[in-house]
Design a protein around this ligand. Structure first.
Ligand SMILES: Nc1ncnc2c1ncn2[C@@H]1O[C@H](COP(=O)(O)OP(=O)(O)OP(=O)(O)O)[C@@H](O)[C@H]1O
Ligand SMILES: [Mg+2]
Length: 146
C-alpha cells in the first residue's frame, strides 16, 4: 500500500527551455533528499526530462506536480506532467519506439516508461494529457502497469 504523499506537493510550470532545466534540477534535488542512489536519481531525472519536454513540445506547455510518497520503509517520488494540449488519439502508438508525430526520434515516452516503476497515461483527444510516474529510492523488482 502506498501511503502518501508525505510532503506538500510542489508545482513547476513548463513553458520554456529554462523551465525544463528547473524541472531536472528540482527532481534531482528531491530524489537526493529522498535517498535515491545515483543510478536511481539519473533514471528519474531522465524520465522527467523526456516527459517535461513532451509537455512543452506536444502539449503546448503545462506543469509538473511533484510529491514524495512512501511505501513501507521505502521512499519515492510521484511526478505528474499535466497539459491541456491536443491529447493522444492512440496511446499504444505513442508508446511505440520510433513513433513520432513531430521531428523527434520517438523514443522519449517509451524510454521514460522503462526507467520508472510505475507509469500511467491519462489522455483524451482535445482535452489534454497527464502522465504520472512513480520512482522509488530502491529498485523494487518488476513493476506493475507494463
Ligand atoms: N503530452 C503530449 N501531448 C500530446 N501528444 C504527446 C504528448 N507526449 C507525447 N505525445 C505523442 O507521442 C509521440 C511519441 O512521444 P515520444 O516522446 O516518444 O517521441 P517524440 O517526443 O516525438 O520524440 P523524442 O524522441 O524527441 O522524445 C509524440 O510524437 C506525440 O505524438
Ligand atoms: Mg518526446
Amino acid at each position: 500500500m502506498t501511503t502518501g504523499p508525505t510532503a506538500a506537493a510542489l508545482r513547476l510550470q513548463i513553458r520554456s527551455d529554462t523551465d525544463l532545466s528547473l524541472v531536472r534540477q528540482q527532481v534531482r534535488a528531491k530524489a537526493q533528499e529522498a535517498g535515491f542512489g545515483l543510478v536511481q536519481q539519473t533514471k528519474v531525472v531522465t524520465a522527467a526530462s523526456e516527459l517535461a519536454r513532451n509537455t512543452l513540445v506536444h502539449g503546448g506547455g503545462g506543469e509538473m506536480e511533484l510529491a514524495e510518497v512512501a511505501q513501507g520503509g521505502t521512499r519515492g517520488l510521484r511526478l505528474s506532467f499535466i497539459d491541456s494540449g491536443p491529447g493522444m488519439a492512440d496511446v499504444d502508438q505513442a508508446l511505440t519506439d520510433g513513433y513520432t508525430s513531430g521531428n523527434g526520434l520517438g523514443l522519449g515516452l517509451g524510454g521514460a516508461r522503462r526507467l520508472v516503476q510505475d507509469f500511467q497515461i491519462d489522455t483524451r483527444p482535445g482535452a489534454g494529457t497527464t502522465v504520472t510516474i512513480t520512482a522509488w529510492a530502491q529498485s523494487l523488482g518488476s513493476a506493475v502497469h507494463r
